[in-house]
Design a protein around this ligand. Structure first.
Ligand SMILES: NC(=O)C1=CN([C@@H]2O[C@H](COP(=O)(O)OP(=O)(O)OC[C@H]3O[C@@H](n4cnc5c(N)ncnc54)[C@H](OP(=O)(O)O)[C@@H]3O)[C@@H](O)[C@H]2O)C=CC1
Ligand SMILES: O=C(O)C1=N[C@H](C(=O)O)C[C@H](O)C1
Length: 254
């Protein structure tokens, strides 16, 4: 049995994690928190004020906390877990370089896993893009991502991860051009990055390759948030057995 905690419990993904956890017999939810929470219930769990997280972790045996919040809170919650000796899975996006360093500092004390996308399909797409980038090395590449109208960060964490993978596969960084306007022809080797925000779209990523009079497009579309929630719970169960360190979702799927 893996005992988990959930931060951002009343948020969209926190709610999806708690709902998905009710169907997982190998998972017990021992702690659920949200900033300013005042006794709300989500998927049958009482949600406590996030200010009480250190006390709750001390009082209730917890293996791993699952976090989908914002960069500032994720760093704070990771530090609280490091202090309490509790593992930390985060799907939060939008960290700057200092934020990623802060997560790595917490990972020196507890197992910590960060993934910008917990779907198996995006992981497979990332692997495939590496191979295609190597094979079609002189093709133009453009990235388009589309999300719901409440999303804070742009481009999405997933888009950045896929672009980093393309850079790795091509052995050098591409300049990233964020949208185009006016007299702005495509420069050799750049990747155009296009962001759309509308309605309740769960998350779509399209990578386009064009050259040699042909066009290839690779599209991933999440049809529900349960995809991300269940991947994060898989990661939590896996992480509960690990030593301190910084882990990736690909290691869970291997
Ligand atoms: N890796 C993946 O597979 C996925 C990652 N995500 C990422 O997860 C994160 C959350 O997304 P989503 O659930 O849609 O967002 P929501 O806005 O619906 O929920 C965010 C939650 O985090 C809390 N929160 C936000 N900022 C702070 C803060 N500074 N301090 C304390 N609590 C805070 C919110 O509290 P309050 O209610 O008080 O605002 C809320 O509970 C985003 O970074 C998103 O990109 C999303 C889906 C999949
Ligand atoms: O905010 C979201 O909703 C999502 N965020 C993640 C990201 O930024 O890549 C993952 C997914 O696309 C949904």
């Amino acid at each position: 049995m893996t005992a988990i905690g959930v931060t951002g419990a009343t948020g969209t993904m926190g709610t999806a994690v708690l709902e998905t956890a009710t169907d997982r017999e190998e998972i017990d939810v021992n702690v659920a928190v949200n900033r300013g929470a005042d006794g709300e219930r989500v998927a049958g769990q009482g949600v406590h004020d996030a200010a009480d997280l250190p006390t709750l972790l001390a009082d209730r045996p917890t293996d791993v906390v699952v976090d989908f919040t914002g960069p500032e809170s994720a760093i704070e919650y990771a530090a609280a877990c490091a202090e309490a000796g509790v593992g930390f899975v985060t799907g939060t996006t939008g960290f700057d370089a200092d934020g990623r360093d802060a997560l790595e500092t917490s990972a020196e004390r507890v197992p910590l896993l960060w993934a910008t996308n917990f779907s198996q399909g995006i992981h497979a797409l990332g692997e495939a893009l590496g191979e295609i980038t190597e094979t079609l090395s002189d093709y133009d590449i453009e990235m388009t991502e589309t999300h719901h109208n409440r999303k804070q960060d742009a481009p999405s964490g997933t888009a950045k991860t896929l672009l980093d993978g393309i850079d790795d596969a091509s052995g050098g960084e591409h300049d990233r051009t964020y949208g185009r306007e006016g007299d702005q022809p495509r420069a050799d080797g750049e990747i155009g990055v296009h962001v759309r925000r509308a309605g309740g779209i769960r998350g779509e990523h399209e990578v386009l390759f064009a050259g040699n009079d042909e066009v290839l497009t690779f599209t991933h579309r999440a049809e529900s948030r349960a995809v991300f929630a269940s991947g994060a719970l898989d990661a939590a169960v896996w992480l509960a057995e690990r030593d301190p360190g910084f882990y990736e979702f690909g290691e869970v799927l291997a």
